[in-house]
Design a binder for this molecule. Structure first.
Ligand code: NAD
Ligand code: DAO
Ligand code: ZN
Length: 369
């Protein structure tokens, strides 16, 4: 079938809106009509050419929501008409990783997904005779996409696509890091570095968990008001702190954070986030993705004296199990998504969403079809 997609032909060039040929779903796959998609920093990172694993030409996008319009042979868990959120972290429930119950990093389709291919080793997208590659197994910058059955979460039908698409990455990544990865408990003191599309969701996750102090750290003063709306109790702008930031935060939190979250992607900030944790038990969770080749550093004594460094991908959420629950939290007004979606644009204007991101004007832009 012919579809409309925003194609990334090469790094560091605008996306090109064009007609692409999409082959139907094969065994274990589903065809999804994408109704809305968020535009995330990870799409921008790959498009910029800094992602050493970026593949071109490809159809980017990994934060979508839509409707199943066809299923391939053997598909059992979803049917035509089901509303779904594509998952860049699938959940097969059968691999060693899924069965371990220790991680959400299902490996069932990892090898082909990383090469921009479907599990059978081929792409479903083409322009003329040229292969166009999948991205993160999702390719949501297209009005139709094909996904493995294990990479879609079935969601309730009354949830608005242009809001819940954000649960496909940013919301789940932020809230999940608090609830699933860190398991913050009532009364804990939390420090969040970077109050963007991820950090603000960490803040609302910390509020849900019943945290005591929720300290937000950001260089952009405009993020204070937004952070407070989502539950931040204290705002710290590092450029306004006299002296070093780390002792300032340790003092503010009466000995250090029980949990800190790095939502910037800077290895310098990762060090600050670890070192502002409480001696003996503070846990720092890295969410931000640092540029290729970067390395983290601290003095080992920071770990010897009880601080713990952890990471979190997709908030530690098991997509098919947890994403429908997060959609329920939104529908039950337990979490706020609406105020984080600062721009809604038609697909033809998708390149403007990257400009809004670069200027710091948007928290999240959503593109509709
Ligand atoms: P964003 O650009 O919207 O937000 C980053 C914020 O950090 C901005 O508000 C900026 O002002 C602030 N900032 C920059 N430098 C700072 C500093 N030195 N100290 C304090 N604040 C600073 O980005 P985002 O969309 O929220 O994404 C954050 C990171 O999370 C990115 O690296 C992204 O790639 C990553 N990410 C990770 C996952 C995952 O599963 N681990 C998923 C999605 C995104
Ligand atoms: O299993 O090795 C693996 C890869 C898991 C990918 C997790 C990606 C999370 C961070 C990237 C940001 C996504 C928007
Ligand atoms: Zn698995």
């Amino acid at each position: 079938m012919k579809i409309k997609a925003a194609v990334a032909h090469r790094p560091n060039a605008p996306l090109s809106i064009e007609e692409v040929e999409l082959e139907g779903p094969k065994e274990g796959e589903v065809l999804v009509e994408i109704k809305a998609t968020g535009v995330c920093h990870t799409d921008d990172y790959t498009l910029s050419g800094k992602d050493s694993e970026g593949i071109f030409p490809s159809i980017l996008g990994h934060e979508g929501a839509g409707v199943v319009v066809d299923v391939g042979p053997g598909v059992k868990s979803v049917k035509k008409g089901d509303h779904v959120i594509p998952l860049y972290t699938p959940e097969c429930r059968q691999c060693k990783f899924c069965l371990s119950r220790k991680t959400n990093l299902c490996q069932a389709i990892r090898a082909t997904q990383g090469k921009g291919l479907m599990p059978d080793g081929t792409s479903r997208f083409k322009i003329g005779k040229e292969t166009v590659y999948h991205y993160m197994g999702t390719s949501t910058f297209a009005n139709y996409t094909v996904l493995p059955e294990i990479a879609v979460a079935k969601i309730r039908e009354d949830a608005p696509f242009d809001k819940v698409c954000y649960i496909g990455c940013g919301v789940t990544t932020g809230i999940g890091a608090v609830i699933y990865t860190a398991q913050v408990k009532p009364g804990d003191n939390v420090v969040v570095f970077g109050l963007g599309g991820i950090g603000l969701n960490v803040i609302q996750g910390a509020r849900m968990a019943g945290a005591n102090m929720i300290v937000g750290v950001d260089l952009n003063p405009a993020r204070k008001e937004m952070g407070e709306k989502f539950g931040m109790t204290h705002f710290v702008n590092p450029s306004e702190v006299q002296g070093d930031l780390v002792p300032y935060l340790v003092n503010l939190t009466d000995g250090g954070a029980d949990y800190s979250f790095e939502c910037v992607g800077s290895v310098q900030v990762m060090r600050q986030a670890l070192e502002c944790c409480h001696k003996g038990w503070g846990v720092s969770v890295i969410i931000g993705v640092a540029a290729a080749g970067q390395e983290i550093a601290t003095r080992p004594f920071q770990l010897v004296t009880g601080r713990v460094w952890k990471g979190s991908a997709f908030g530690g959420a098991r997509g098919r199990t947890d994403v429908p629950k997060i959609v329920d939290w939104y529908m039950d007004k337990k979490i706020n998504i609406d105020d984080l979606i600062t721009y809604v644009l038609p697909i033809d204007k998708i390149n403007e969403s990257f400009d809004l991101m670069h200027s710091g004007k948007s928290i999240r832009s959503v593109v509709t079809f």
